[in-house]
Design a protein around this ligand. Structure first.
Ligand SMILES: [Zn+2]
Length: 138
C-alpha cells in the first residue's frame, strides 16, 4: 500500500511535469502566435494606410477629371449654340433659295428684272432678267 502510494506520487509528479511542459509549450506557442498576429496586424495597418493614400489620390484625380469634363461639355454646348446660330443666320439670308425662286419664275415665263418684274415675258428672253440672274448667281 505504502509503495503503491509512492509510485502513484512519482507518477503524478511525472504527469504534472509533462503537463507543465505542455503548458509551457502552449504558452510559448501562444506567444509566437501573438507575435505573428502582431506582425500581420502591422502589415495590415500599413496596407490600410497605403490604400487610404491611394484612395485620396484617386479622389483628387477623379475630381479634376470631372472638372475637366464639365469644362469640355460647356465648351461643346457653346460651340453647338454658336453653330446653330450661324446656321439660322445663313438660312435666314438663304441666297441659294432666293436665286432658285427667281430662276424658276423666269423659267415659268415672267420677268424678274427691275424693269418689268412680275410681268409676262411673252416667250421672249430678256437681257435685263438674264443679267440680273447672272449677278445673283455669282
Ligand atoms: Zn426682264
Amino acid at each position: 500500500m505504502q509503495k503503491k502510494q509512492v509510485q502513484w506520487t512519482e507518477l503524478n509528479i511525472e504527469v504534472m511535469y509533462v503537463k507543465d511542459r505542455n503548458f509551457l509549450d502552449t504558452v510559448m506557442e501562444f506567444e509566437q502566435q501573438l507575435e505573428s498576429l502582431q506582425g500581420q496586424f502591422h502589415a495590415l495597418k500599413e496596407f490600410v494606410a497605403l490604400m487610404m493614400e491611394e484612395h485620396q489620390t484617386l479622389q483628387q484625380e477623379n475630381f479634376h477629371l470631372r472638372q475637366r469634363l464639365d469644362e469640355i461639355h460647356v465648351a461643346e454646348e457653346e460651340a453647338l449654340k454658336q453653330s446653330e446660330m450661324n446656321a439660322k443666320k445663313v438660312s435666314r439670308i438663304d441666297i441659294g433659295e432666293g436665286y432658285d425662286n427667281l430662276a424658276r419664275l423666269y423659267q415659268e415665263g415672267f420677268h424678274v428684272c427691275h424693269v418689268h418684274f412680275g410681268s409676262s415675258r411673252k416667250g421672249e428672253d430678256c437681257l435685263f432678267c438674264l443679267s440680273f440672274l447672272n449677278k445673283q448667281n455669282g
